[in-house]
Design a protein around this ligand. Structure first.
Ligand SMILES: Nc1nc2c(ncn2[C@@H]2O[C@H](COP(=O)(O)OP(=O)(O)O)[C@@H](O)[C@H]2O)c(=O)[nH]1
Ligand SMILES: [Mg+2]
Length: 197
């Protein structure tokens, strides 16, 4: 899988706009500001493929990128307090319709900020995944903010938190420093092979 062959395809704000699933999809899920855009950029070796924002809470859209023969699907971030009830409903509908359509998911990457225990929203998202029988892999973000000695302990704690929800494993990364990125790329490629492509 060539991560350097990446292009932005489209942003969808309405469930009715979502394209059919005609190839394997890697799905990126997480709170607003957890580092999803930064991770997509780093995986694809690009600066501005996905828009990185210091201020969370931009309009919720599902963003599609084509990377070689697969799609990267950037789900709208959750957990931003300042959204209206209407915006929240639109978010729910978008997410539900995305997961209800039978999609060829290679792997769902659930991003969690390594500096904090999973938030109530994170737990709710993982509960949603468990309920719908969607296995996922946790990506611990921003590990450059941790002390070296903290990482092993945190990784174990996150593993324990997340396992009951269907978490298949954990990858610590720093999109800023590049730590863990080659390992995550290799993991993603191995899931693609498992898929039979
Ligand atoms: N220190 C550090 N900051 C990061 C890292 N990844 C993202 N950020 C910062 O976190 C903020 C949110 O990043 P973004 O990728 O837009 O998050 P998104 O809302 O989940 O897409 C930005 O200010 C990024 O620069 C990382 O690995 N290390
Ligand atoms: Mg983003």
């Amino acid at each position: 899988m060539n991560f350097n062959k990446a292009e932005f395809l489209a942003s969808y704000g309405l469930a009715s706009q979502l394209p059919d699933s005609d190839r394997p999809e890697f799905v990126f899920s997480g709170r607003s500001n957890v580092g999803k855009s930064s991770l997509i950029n780093k995986l694809c070796n690009r600066k501005n493929l996905a828009r990185v924002s210091a201020t969370p809470g931009k309009t919720a859209t599902i963003n599609y990128y084509q990377v070689d023969d697969v799609y990267f699907v950037d789900l709208p971030g959750y957990g931003y307090a300042k959204v209206s009830a209407a915006e929240r409903r639109r978010w729910d509908q978008l997410i539900n319709r995305y997961f209800e359509a039978r999609r060829s998911q290679a792997l769902l990457l659930q991003l969690l900020d390594s500096r904090h225990a999973p938030s109530a929203d994170d737990l709710q998202m993982m509960e949603y995944l468990r309920y719908h029988g969607i296995p996922f892999w946790v990506v611990l973000t921003k590990i450059d903010k941790l002390k070296k000695s903290q990482l092993a302990v945190l990784e174990k704690q996150f593993r324990e938190y997340c396992a009951p929800y269907g978490c298949e494993g954990i990858s610590p990364v720093s999109s800023e420093k590049g730590t863990g990125i080659p390992e995550l790329q290799a993991l993603m490629a191995s899931f693609l092979e498992k898929d039979g492509d």
